[in-house]
Design a binder for this molecule. Structure first.
Ligand code: ZN
Ligand code: ZN
Length: 255
């Protein structure tokens, strides 16, 4: 599986407008982050953040290959770019699928009551495994905010689990996230400083990942009260180990 990180910020992009903090002043390209989304095997998009048009064009993604959009939850940083995606052209597939659990679909419809075309909705029941492009896909409920939020698990030769927004993974859900190849976790804050009630911190994520034992663990959804990419990368390697990393916009992994 090929995983391209289109965006790795939390709810707002980095640098923040007008901010003179160390991260926002950084000249390193890894410290420029847009809202979170990933593209799998050039064709399956997870989430539709407000920046999606610029992410796809700046990274020169061949958008004619996109044949499915999956959405984790209906918060603005994950759905406000949907409007732009409704004008996909020269598609190799006529009707790309919009694969979502029902509550996520309803949340998207409240924000976007306009036609969904060209997307064709395919409502999935949580925990049910569907197959798309030879990848087994399932959504499983996780704790985030008051609105329903899902983790996404994708299984081909190897397993990828995407949890960009999470405050807690219930014990009963841990079994399906154990021993995966690539686990992507919420990096909204480093520790308690700047942490909100709806996101776990990188420190908590490291503890969770040590229990789940993925081959690789990357943090995305990087918040403002964290550190520069270089500082964070050093931190997770020291606290977690050599298989822990910080994602950045444009990073591509092959698992
Ligand atoms: Zn988010
Ligand atoms: Zn700043």
């Amino acid at each position: 599986m090929k995983i391209l990180f289109l965006g790795t910020s939390a709810g707002w992009p980095l640098p923040r407008l007008g901010c003179d903090c160390q991260i926002c002043q950084s000249k390193a390209p890894q410290d420029r982050r847009l809202r979170p989304a990933v593209l799998i095997n050039n064709s399956i998009l997870i989430d539709a953040p407000p920046d999606i048009y610029h992410q796809l064009t700046n990274l020169e993604v061949d958008t004619t290959k996109i044949n499915a959009l999956l959405i984790t939850h209906a918060h603005p940083d994950h759905i406000h770019g949907f409007y732009d995606l409704t004008h996909l052209y020269n598609r190799q597939i006529k009707e790309p699928k919009l694969i979502v659990p029902l509550e996520v679909f309803n949340g998207l419809r409240r924000f976007h009551p306009l036609p969904l075309k060209p997307f064709k909705p395919e409502i999935v029941r949580p925990k049910t495994v569907i197959e798309h492009e030879k990848i087994k896909i399932s959504f499983f409920p996780i704790k985030h905010s008051r609105i329903p939020c899902y983790g996404i698990k994708m299984k081909a030769d190897r397993i990828f689990v995407y949890l960009p927004d999470i405050v807690r993974l219930p014990r009963s859900k841990r079994k399906q996230v154990r021993d995966v190849h690539l686990l992507v976790l919420d990096g909204s804050s480093l520790g308690k400083r700047g942490q909100t009630r709806i996101h776990q911190s990188i420190k908590e994520g490291i503890r969770l990942a040590k229990d789940l034992k993925p081959k690789l663990c990357y943090f995305t959804h990087i918040g403002h009260i964290t550190g520069t990419h270089q500082e964070l990368e050093k931190f997770v390697q020291k606290e977690g180990g050599r298989n822990f990393h910080i994602a950045y916009d444009g990073l591509e992994l092959e698992i």
